[in-house]
Design a protein around this ligand. Structure first.
Ligand code: UP5
Ligand code: MG
Length: 190
């Protein structure tokens, strides 16, 4: 018998909007598996795989890694997991990413979260993070914001039109954002 399709949530929002932070809280409470596209790409750099150098050069410049590469990394994680519920964080970043996911994975997200955060707040958060990310500097951050506004906004609009988008006000404390905005969404799916 064919297995039931997994429950997929895409987690979108600008750089530093709090996607990763809120995903950790969702994992703690609801036990979904967290797949951060950025983390998967950074792991390729760290492991020096054949695409590692190419990925590093794109991330350094805030640019988008070719869809094929990112989707294959996500596919590997989905297929090797025992989980049936996934948070895919920071993907799809472009319409081309979205179409590649649909074509290769043959699945659609059930839910799309959008962490809506003012630019100046995102800049402050990213520049204060201090975890040694090569793209956490003001020059790259400006490029990341530009690419977010130009390429990711159309993806967000696409899911809004499909009725799948939950826009979350990403300003406030981590716990308040989770309790007030994120928790009710996932509670309704339990
Ligand atoms: N913080 C979090 N919440 C806070 C709050 N409510 N109040 C105050 N501070 C808060 O948070 C960022 C910082 O803010 C942290 O220090 C946190 O403690 C604090 P975080 O949860 O990390 O935010 P997040 O939205 O995850 O920010 P991140 O920088 O990870 O977002 P990006 O979308 O820029 O990064 P990502 O890793 O997804 O992508 C990096 C690069 O990889 C991209 O620029 C691109 O080059 C490449 N990429 C692709 O090419 N394709 C992909 O599909 C994905 C990535
Ligand atoms: Mg992140």
């Amino acid at each position: 018998p064919k297995e039931k399709a997994p429950f997929i949530t895409f987690v979108l929002g600008g750089p530093g909007s709090g996607k990763g932070t809120q995903c950790e809280k969702i994992v703690e409470t609801f036990g979904l598996q967290h797949l951060s596209a950025g983390d998967l790409l950074r792991r390729e750099i760290a492991m020096n795989t054949k695409n590692g150098d190419m990925i590093l050069n794109l991330i350094k410049d805030g640019k988008i890694v070719p869809s094929e590469v990112t989707v294959k990394l996500i596919q590997r994680e989905l297929e090797s997991s025992d989980s049936r519920k996934f948070l895919i964080d920071g993907f799809p970043r472009t319409e081309e990413n979205r179409v590649a996911f649909e074509r290769i994975i043959r699945a659609d997200p059930d839910v799309v979260l959008f962490f809506d955060c003012p630019e100046e707040e995102m800049v402050t958060r990213v520049l204060n993070r201090n975890q040694g990310r090569i793209d956490d500097n003001i020059t790259t951050m400006k490029k990341r914001l530009k690419i977010f506004n130009g390429l990711n906004r159309p993806v967000i609009d696409y899911y809004k039109n499909k009725g799948k988008l939950y826009t979350i006000n990403a300003v406030g404390t981590v716990d308040d954002i989770f309790q007030q905005h994120v928790l009710p969404i996932f509670s309704s799916f339990e």
